[in-house]
Design a protein around this ligand. Sequence first.
Ligand code: GTP
Ligand code: SPV
Ligand code: MN
Length: 586
Amino acid sequence: MSLTTNSHVNTWINAMVNLTQPEEVVWITGEEEQLEQLRKQACQTGELIKLNQEKLPGCYLHRTDPNDVARVEGRTYICCKKEEDAGPTNNWMAPMEMYEKLYTIAKGAMAGRTMYVIPFSMGKVGSPFAKYGIEITDSIYVVLNMVIMTRVGKEILTALGDSDDYTKGLHCKDQLNPEQRYIAHFPQDNTIISVNSGYGGNVLLGKKCLALRIASHMGHQEGWMAEHMLILGIENPKGEIYYVAAAFPSACGKTNLAMLIPPEIYQKKGWKVYCVGDDIAWIRPGEDGRLWAVNPENGFFGVAPGTSPKSNPNALASSMKNSIFTNVVHNLDNNTVWWEGLDKNPPSNARDWLGKDWDGTKEEKGAHPNSRFTAPAVNCPCISSEFESPKGVPLSAIIFGGRRAKMMPLVYEATDWTHGVFVGSIMGSETTAAATGKVGVVRRDPMAMLPFCGYNMGDYWQHWIDMKNKVEKMPKVFHVNWFRTNDAGQFIWPGFGDNLRVLEWILERCKGTLEAKETPIGYVPFAKDLYLEGADISFEALEKLLHIEEEKWKEEIPGIQEFYNRFGDKIPKDLKRELEKLENRL
Ligand code: GTP
Ligand code: SPV
Ligand code: MN
């Protein structure tokens, strides 16, 4: 029985039922009773393992197929009408061709299975900026994750009314065949189809697929921006709160920065940090001439390894109830979970992420490097009071960052907005386990959006540049790198909570209260202006982290040129000019 009289929705659902041939259709109402029934069912089939309910109330463990552990960028497509609108950084296929291919795969794919219909909202239901979607899936795991990551239930259908303004998402696990795995986006039809995967960003269609790829296209049309950014609020001892957004590539520190705990000495002085979002920001010009950001998500899909009471106690606390763990170690002694970096005591009686016996003495890791927790945002001890605010928070600064072992300074500031867009466009970062492929190779990842921009990246940069005509008081733009290493391969900057020291400098620059050093790449702090009291780093080491190695920067130029050349006419003139200016200054 359909939960709505919306004929657009019902026509589409009927077509998908005819195509996929499920045994049964279940609409997700959002009611706890129904969800509890689904959890029970998933435990019976082994899809979920119910964890120790005293230590981890409401928590479950899931293992994905071993060949299905990360996003698959090579199999992710933007199927707009014209190939040039997808641009050189996206895979493209003509919409008709892709529909045909995927409908062939989806045909009968739910035979003998149940189809779940999930009405969901990205953003607060009823807010003018919310985007509604309906995901069809044959996976209970997807249902339960979507319930945490988005707003799910009947109220979305009420808010949608008779409108056809919603994203259609079809997900079929099918055979989990990696050769037939496709994550396809049809921006002109507001449609997403994902087949043959059961993993995170490939199948939780509200997240990367809707809130970044489809939404970036919408933002381009409608005059706003969908970005791969955390949003955090920083309260200084005077009680003033400033908000910043930061774009780092996958597994490069967004969740950590979004929930950071100030160093003790900062806490004593009265500094506080509030998390608004850890992965996605929708950013619009506000009526007051500033840029405002909302987090369209409702939970965190965070990297487990490295999350510890020391590195990120807030993320850990968030995942201690009503959460789902994916591909971590199962501790059989007390029916809890473990991952590398949680503590120094791996369980001795356990199963690894593959479900094999594991005792912590083996060479192989127990948790997959891209193992994750799915945790409700409300669990976060430092969640911002503005988290639910429909208009979001005003941005003082936008911060780009990457994972660079060499060369890239701890922090630098762009000279103006256009230069800031340039700084974002030339971002490079070492690849991580968040996507399949080689790890640790430097690649260009503009604005951390390489895998997530739903249209031509050249047009995207122009859209960024043009925002300055819509906004009077643009945020200042910065670039950070927490990941410089010494000759022994150890991180030099202490990172994590100590990153607040860099944020403090950034806020001072936004207020205009601090001088900075002019360099060929932009403004860099004088080492004396970063507060180091209580930090595990010497002044000399900091000076090195702030030193601009001009020779190494010169070596970057040809790579940037080559990257820009791939965009042909689409490369904004302003960016070409910024590159020439950089070259001349070096
Ligand atoms: P996605 O969810 O994939 O978008 O990742 P993310 O950007 O939210 O990354 P996350 O905060 O989960 O961090 C990923 C990895 O980087 C973890 O192993 C962290 O321990 C590590 N990390 C985060 N912040 C820092 C830091 O300041 N310094 C160092 N050295 N490592 C960090
Ligand atoms: C990322 O890879 O940037 C993530 C995880 O946030 S996923 O949802 O799988 O894309
Ligand atoms: Mn992410």
